[in-house]
Design a protein. Sequence first.
Length: 271
Amino acid sequence: MSHFSRGGCALHYDDRGPSDGLPVVLVHGHPFNRTLWAPSAEALARDGHRVITPDLRGYGDSDVTPGKVLLSGFADDVAALLDHLGLERAVVGGVSMGGQITMEFQRRHPHRVLALVLSDTSAPAETDEGRAFRNALADRLLAEGMDGYAAEVIDKMLAPYNVTEQPEVAERVLGMMRATKPEGAAAALRGRAERPDYRDTLAAVKAPALIVVGADDPYTPVGDAEDMRLLVPHATLAVIDRAGHLPGVEQPGPFNAVLLDFLRTRVAGLM
């Protein structure tokens, strides 16, 4: 694990694989940390890619910025990480909130995007109902901590059958959620409540794009991924069977096969 500082905030990350490999930045979702990507990071590094997995501010080992952190702030942290590593461009991908940070990165720093990977995420702006829900959840996490929330959503983060059939995976995901600092999670929720519409951003994407979704994702269902595929006509869409909201964790073999194939066939040679 390494770290750098931005605006007085220490931001931690892992940097795996050969230093001259194709750089791939993978951004975790809420309320997780960089270890969410461990199965994919291992597979990609083994295949010769340089895989960079940051802890977003407020998550994992990174410092908390209390109050509110906009998706633009997270995206600029990713750009600062690339600067710190001396990388002009990278493949940038994320799951759920991490996917929205990836879209924000594309909106703010398109010249730095070699390719996009969008897993189990959604492009439209936050609704009034969603805004109220996220702010109320932020209040609740600050008052109660993470345990109750984690128990409530585990069978939505993972498909219910995977909670039963993969207890070690469920426990790992629960552990990440429970370990997240409530102040960091609340700040991200308040920022995400102000999420803009990314549909025009996606429609303008020229770089290769991979859209992935779990077949049984209740948060961002297959229809949402199909809508994004229509916005980015040259994108590749992959539906991962026997998976919910976190297919890279629930079905790492099929997920990584799709990701590696995309990098080999659509991205290799762009550096």
